[in-house]
Design a protein around this ligand. Structure first.
Ligand code: SAM
Length: 218
């Protein structure tokens, strides 16, 4: 993603503490207090400009959503969408996914979405891919036993890599689609990247991957 420096982004994010969580460590194990209810919490890692997470929040008012993004200059666009929609069930976090264990305990998160994650095609950057085994282990530690990752991408290389990485990790792969937009999947909500790439003719790949019910694999 091309990043423009936006020095005002930090101030804007700080001006909306009801939507942008400033000290996520303090909510570990009690995210229900942040949302004021016990509804399931779904997170999107690498939420970008927030179209997916905000449209999901509108479509599923009884689910809580948290958009997680590295860059303030990007996530500030997601904030605009939340303000405009006055959405009570979606909030934002500007952190690195590698630190998620600091903010969530096991079962705090009911589902993880990865949408159009950066492909990092060079082998020497494999560890940065959000479907590398160390990231899978982080997601496993914050999801309940048997928790799921829902993953979409236009990048065939990253998709193939993720199929292998997830299956080597012992995950169960469900609903693997090699052409999401020409499949019978219902209720797809497009991300900004998905709209951009599919309008240029790219195929969209999608899968759901489930962790084992317990670490012993029984
Ligand atoms: N999901 C959005 C979409 O589909 O339109 C954005 C896709 S963009 C290619 C990937 C996003 O993931 C970028 O905004 C990037 O900053 C974010 N990202 C990459 N690595 C991350 C990490 N370790 N933690 C949090 N966000 C990350």
């Amino acid at each position: 993603m091309r990043l423009r420096n936006k020095p005002w982004a930090k101030d804007k994010l700080m001006a909306y503490p009801q939507y942008v969580i400033a000290n996520p460590e303090q909510w570990k194990g009690k995210w229900y207090e942040v949302f004021g209810n016990n509804n399931p919490l779904y997170i999107e890692v690498g939420t970008g400009k927030g179209r997916f997470i905000t449209e999901m929040a509108k479509a599923h008012p009884h689910i809580n959503f948290l958009g997680i993004e590295l860059y303030e200059s990007v996530i500030v666009h997601a904030l605009d969408k939340i303000i405009e929609g006055e959405l009570p069930n979606v909030k934002l976090l500007t952190v690195n996914a590698k630190d998620l264990r600091n903010f969530f305990q096991k079962g705090d998160v009911s589902r993880v979405y990865l949408n159009f994650s950066d492909p990092w095609p060079k082998k020497r950057h494999e560890k940065r891919r959000l479907t590398y085994k160390t990231f899978l282990s982080i997601y496993e530690d914050i999801l309940p036993d048997g928790g799921e990752i829902h993953f979409k991408t236009d990048n065939q290389g990253l998709f193939e890599y993720s199929l292998v990485s997830m299956s080597q990790y012992g995950m169960l792969l469900n609903f693997v689609s090699l052409d999401l937009h020409n499949s019978n999947f219902e209720g797809n909500i497009m991300t900004e990247y998905e709209e951009k790439f599919s309008s240029k003719g790219s195929r969209i790949y999608r899968l759901e991957a489930q962790f084992k019910a317990n670490k012993e694999g029984n």
